[in-house]
Design a protein around this ligand. Structure first.
Ligand code: ADP
Length: 261
């Protein structure tokens, strides 16, 4: 362990941020960003004395601007750092604020790394208890760079119960282990769909795969989120369920799950 730590570049905390929680997934489209956004909101809803921010380093497909209903260019502070845009009490920073809406994000590796460096080091967060980081899917350079450059309190991995997503989630968990980032656990998303008419439940992507993977890897199983129309509709409108449906059973469950994290 010590040898590994010696081999890593020196980690430097993000100014003003107490704890960084990264949200990762093996592949895209499994609900990683939705989880990251609602986790930040739930951490604050759970304990109103706490503050949380959101950093979107999914530079190829940033979704925090849409999910948090934010757009515009960040202003610069006196010391030339970018000031996050805020909605629902959560300061947010995303590559999506720095590039034109329509321009596809096609970059060379070096440009990506300098963008990530900027997002990690040149944002004026003020003072935050938690910074939730929405990682890109997979286990590439951006993920490694984030884990090597800042101290991370823990990683939450999101997966559907589908085999292919689980395989990639497994790889993600291994990567965090290698770079000494504690894995807080696995969230299983889109496991069950309940028909709103007849209440019949269908396990569209399989039923218990993520729970089994968590067992195999010896990590916590953090929760099971159903495939639910409200989640999709409210997310697309930029109204995350934690703020748009705070009294729903699902949200009460999610907030109780985030307790003490
Ligand atoms: P990722 O970050 O893994 O690419 P997103 O969080 O952007 O995934 O989610 C992909 C799409 O699936 C979005 O349209 C989102 O609203 C929808 N979605 C995510 N989780 C759920 C869920 N539990 N029920 C319904 N729709 C969901």
């Amino acid at each position: 362990k010590q040898q590994m730590a010696r081999g890593l570049p020196k980690q430097k905390p993000i100014a003003g941020v107490k704890q960084v929680i990264v949200v990762a997934s093996g592949k895209g489209g499994v609900g990683k960003s939705t989880t990251a956004v609602n986790l930040a909101l739930a951490l604050m809803a759970n304990d109103q004395s706490k503050s949380a921010g959101l950093l979107d380093v999914d530079v190829y497909g940033p979704s925090v601007p849409r999910l948090m209903n934010l757009k515009g260019n960040p202003e610069l502070s006196d010391d030339n750092r970018m000031v996050p845009l805020t909605n629902y009490g959560v300061p947010c920073m995303s590559m999506g604020f720095l590039v034109e809406d329509a321009s596809p994000i096609v970059w060379r590796g070096l440009m990506v790394m300098s963008a990530v460096e900027r997002l990690l080091r040149q944002v004026d967060w003020g003072s935050l208890d938690y910074l939730v980081v929405d990682m890109p899917p997979g286990t590439g350079d951006v993920q490694l760079s984030v884990t090597q450059n800042i101290p991370i309190a823990g990683a939450v991995i999101v997966s559907t119960p589908q085999d292919i997503a689980l395989l990639d989630a497994h790889r993600g968990a291994e990567m965090f282990k290698k770079v000494n980032v504690p894995v807080l656990g696995l969230v299983q998303n889109m496991s069950v769909f309940q028909c709103p008419n007849c209440q019949h439940q269908t396990h569209i992507f399989g039923s218990d795969g993520a729970r089994q993977l968590a067992d195999t890897l010896g990590i916590s199983f953090l929760g099971d989120i159903p495939l639910h129309l409200n989640i999709r509709e409210m997310s697309d409108k930029g109204q995350p369920v934690v703020v748009s449906c705070p009294d729903s059973t699902l949200v009460r469950y999610l907030i109780s799950q985030s307790h003490g994290s």
